[in-house]
Design a binder for this molecule. Structure first.
Ligand SMILES: [Zn+2]
Ligand SMILES: [Zn+2]
Length: 139
């Protein structure tokens, strides 16, 4: 988690990226526990003059670098969230149906060696759905 906006340039630098104003804006929007956003939600939060192609490229770059996780909720919803300290690519995510936050669940690691013999592993998209602990208390 990037705690303060002044830390963002050094955060990006650690991934070999320069801290452009636009990149900083995008990272800032992802701050906060469990914050996960769709590309549309990002567009709505960014300034009106934001170029959609620039946003698309930035999200792609951040995902490739491992800064963001891209999580497929269903056919229509793909969310992005900060990978935080969980650099491991393929693990499950918990999706709260109440507050729509996403949490990394690195303890639920997807093990490609469990595939039947001769099967080739590409990627995994496991999403556990339910209600998070904060929402559970309010229900
Ligand atoms: Zn919740
Ligand atoms: Zn994750």
């Amino acid at each position: 988690m990037v705690s303060k906006s002044k830390n963002i340039p050094s955060f990006l630098k650690a991934y070999g990226l320069s801290g452009t104003t636009f990149r900083k804006q995008v990272i800032e929007l992802f701050n906060g526990e469990g914050t996960a956003l769709t590309q549309k939600e990002l567009e709505d939060k960014l300034p009106d003059e934001t170029d959609r192609v620039t946003l698309y490229r930035t999200l792609k770059l951040f995902t490739e670098k491992g800064i963001l996780h891209k999580i497929v909720i269903d056919d229509n919803i793909q969310k992005y969230k900060l990978a935080g300290s969980f650099k491991r690519k393929d693990h499950a995510h918990f999706y709260c149906l109440n507050c729509h936050k996403l949490f990394c669940m690195p303890q639920l690691e997807i093990d490609p060696t469990q595939l039947p013999p001769g099967f080739e592993y590409y990627s995994a998209r496991l999403v556990v759905e339910g209600v998070c602990n904060k929402c559970e208390k309010k229900l």
